[in-house]
Design a protein around this ligand. Structure first.
Ligand code: TXA
Ligand code: MG
Length: 353
């Protein structure tokens, strides 16, 4: 057992019955929503039949398909409107299943898997022949992880196949941390949603390429860089530094609400210009003047802030404001990943004029 890098403040949870979902203003049918505790066998059958199942992990909800089935994987790209160049992460039920799929691992990769799985760490390995190229967007490498969520692992085990799963949102939009986010974002493009309540970490896994002499962090995420360093020594952090993105989750514009978002140093005085603004605060909301305010962690805890980040952004996005202002959090631990996501959410915003 290792320490849980994320918070666990889940409350007893009862899934809400399905409603009409709206995608891009068009009302669509809703997927089947099953409680994670009881829907495993049915969801696993859907995966085996080539269908799409959204399921909770400790980070965000994933949109899963049988990773051995090219047609099933193609449905993920369609449902998300995801460009074909953005490879998927393959999920396994147990670390012990990886050598059976890909053969012997480079020792540093094996060491990281041993230390942090199950958990919010994605590792880069060679793509085995059993995984069709569409899953890795033609790359000869594959991203893989073992999620630290009992229902996710039970689902993968019951399906009996590796499960390819990106975050269960339309491409470029906010990641889902609740089943409702998936239903609203993807509608009936997904066959079944397993509802396990809010996710613990709230931010995606950290992606590390540890095949070379020095581990390289390709995406900041729920496993803090400090924890990696403590375990394996110095690492290089290089999210999105290459022109040809190795991890398109590191594209400049990503994780974005529909409402324009700007990162600001602090709340500051609100201009009296009649514009309805929302504010995303770290510890303390601004005194007045904002139409909607979300405070990520009154206690000033970046891990708690990460767990609440996307949920808060989903709410601000639905608050009918014209602009969201967000203040950065301390750039330490998972705070780095939060600031990375805020920066990318802001990248689509163009100043007027
Ligand atoms: O926490 C997570 O990682 C969640 C849950 C569902 O596991 N998944 C997730 O998937 O965030 P997605 O698709 O939203 O982000 C996966 C990232 C993408 O930026 C993709 O480019 C990168 O992983 N990736 C996938 N395969 C890769 C590879 N072979 N080399 C480098 N990056 C890769
Ligand atoms: Mg994503």
């Amino acid at each position: 057992m290792h320490d849980d890098p994320c918070v666990d403040d889940r409350h007893p949870h009862r899934p809400r019955p399905g409603r009409q979902a709206s995608v891009e203003g068009v009302t669509t049918a809703v997927p089947r929503v099953l409680p994670a505790a009881h829907g495993i066998a049915e969801a696993a059958a859907v995966l085996r039949a080539g269908g799409l199942v959204a399921f909770p992990t400790e980070t965000v909800y994933g949109l899963g398909a049988n990773a051995l089935d090219a047609r099933a994987a193609a449905r993920i790209f369609e449902a998300k409107a995801r460009p074909g160049f953005d490879p998927l992460i393959t999920h396994l039920a147990d670390a012990a299943d990886l050598p059976a799929l890909v053969g012997a691992l480079p020792p540093p990769v094996a060491a990281l898997a041993e230390r942090f799985w199950p958990g919010p760490l994605t590792l880069i390995v060679d793509r085995p022949d059993a995984i069709p190229p569409i899953v890795t967007s033609g790359l000869d490498t594959m991203a893989v992880r073992v999620p630290d969520e009992a229902s996710a692992r039970a689902l993968i085990r019951a399906a009996g196949v590796p499960v390819a799963a990106p975050s269960a949102n339309r491409f470029g939009q906010l990641s889902p941390t609740r089943a409702e986010h998936v239903v609203h974002g993807l509608g009936a493009a997904v066959d079944v949603v397993l509802d396990g309540g809010p996710t613990r970490c709230g931010i995606e896994s950290t992606i590390v390429d540890a095949r070379g002499p020095h581990p390289v962090v390709l995406r900041l995420g729920a496993l803090a860089v400090e924890e990696l360093v403590a375990a394996v020594g110095p690492v290089t952090v290089r999210p999105g530094s290459s022109g040809q993105p190795v991890a398109p989750g590191t594209l400049a514009a990503h994780y974005a609400p529909r409402t324009p978002l700007r990162v600001v140093a602090g709340a500051g005085p609100t201009p009296h210009d009649g514009v309805r603004r929302g504010f995303l605060a770290f510890r303390e909301g601004p005194a007045a003047g904002y139409a909607a305010v979300e405070v990520l962690s009154p206690a000033g805890d970046v891990t708690e802030a990460a767990a609440r980040l996307f949920d808060a952004l989903h709410r601000l996005d639905a608050a009918g404001v014209s602009e969201i202002l967000a203040e950065p959090v301390p750039d330490e631990g998972v705070g780095r990943a939060i600031n990375d996501r805020l920066g990318r959410a802001a990248a689509t915003w163009a100043p007027p004029g």
